[in-house]
Ligand binder design. Structure first.
Ligand code: ZN
Length: 288
């Protein structure tokens, strides 16, 4: 999960150019919808893409089919879609927090909101979680919805942490929310974590990180190549590591920050400090 800057492309101007472009197959079928599309784009931004407020205006099936084709294989007027695909591939997935993206996802699913199929503000980079998400958007209870990486500022806050129990070679791993249920966007955050993040490979990733750390602590936190003296030393190294990862990945909810954040839980911290400061321990040796 990550907050992203709103793409700066002028979608309305691009759509006007596309509608006038006699060299593409969609000409002149998009022309009757120019005003409607421009108004829809403006309204989407005005309501921050909030699914229950966005007006979902209809356009013809023919226009939808052409737009779908343009999304898959963007003509010059929509070259920014190809750019968006290429630029984000190696970055943290803003939807689930995995360490790569690889594809674009429609925040408002294209099957349900076809008018926004080529709208850059509705196109968010995502990893494989995009396929698992499918058309998930709203939950059954008030406020439950998928978060929007361009508009939901709460994605910049620390929302999720790993939770480790039964500490040892193979602990029990889960995710915990770092916010209270008084948070103004609690329902949306909780829904997003349950329906997108939990269904990704995050728990497997966290378990693998743990087992790497158990085998050789410096593989996960470089500073752990030395034995530690006190719990407060371990704590401050972990906090520094977490802040470094936040900075590197431009957000606090990538899987690596989520992992280190889980090590800062008081019980885990105390377990870890005891292992790393054990008298006579060989530096960087397994924790058990
Ligand atoms: Zn993802």
């Amino acid at each position: 999960m990550n907050k992203l800057q709103l793409p700066a492309y002028d979608d309305s101007a691009a759509f006007v150019d596309l509608s006038k472009n006699a060299k593409v197959g969609s000409y002149p079928h998009l022309q009757p919808f120019v005003a409607k599309v421009k108004a829809s784009y403006a309204q989407y931004i005005a309501v921050n893409g909030e699914p229950t407020l966005v007006q979902n205006l209809a356009i013809s099936q023919v226009a939808v089919r052409f737009l779908e084709g343009h999304y898959e294989s963007p003509p010059n007027d929509l070259a920014h879609i190809a750019t968006m695909r290429d630029r984000s591939e190696h970055l943290v997935c803003p939807m689930c927090g995995s360490m790569h993206s690889g594809t674009l996802d429609h925040y408002l699913p294209r099957k349900d909101f076809p008018i926004f199929v080529v709208f850059s503000k509705n196109l968010v980079p995502a990893c494989k979680c995009n396929v698992r998400r499918n058309r998930t958007l709203l939950g059954p209870n008030p406020g439950e919805r998928v978060l929007h990486p361009y508009f939901d500022a709460c994605l910049s806050e620390r929302l999720v942490s790993a939770r480790f129990e039964d500490l040892g070679t193979i602990p029990k791993v889960s995710l915990g929310l770092m916010i209270s249920n008084a948070h103004p966007h609690y329902s949306a955050i909780d829904f997003h974590v349950r329906s997108i993040v939990q269904k990704s490979a995050v728990v497997k990733y966290l378990a693998d990180r743990w087992s790497a750390m158990f085998r050789k602590p410096s593989l996960v936190v470089r500073a752990f190549e030395k034995n530690m003296r006190t719990q407060s030393e371990v704590k401050s190294l972990l906090e520094r590591e977490r802040d470094f990862l936040d900075d590197l990945h431009k957000g606090k909810n990538n899987w690596n920050s989520i992992f280190v954040s889980g090590l800062l839980d008081p019980i885990v911290l105390s377990w870890l400090a005891e292992k790393l400061s054990m008298h006579g321990r060989v530096q960087d040796s397994p924790l058990g």
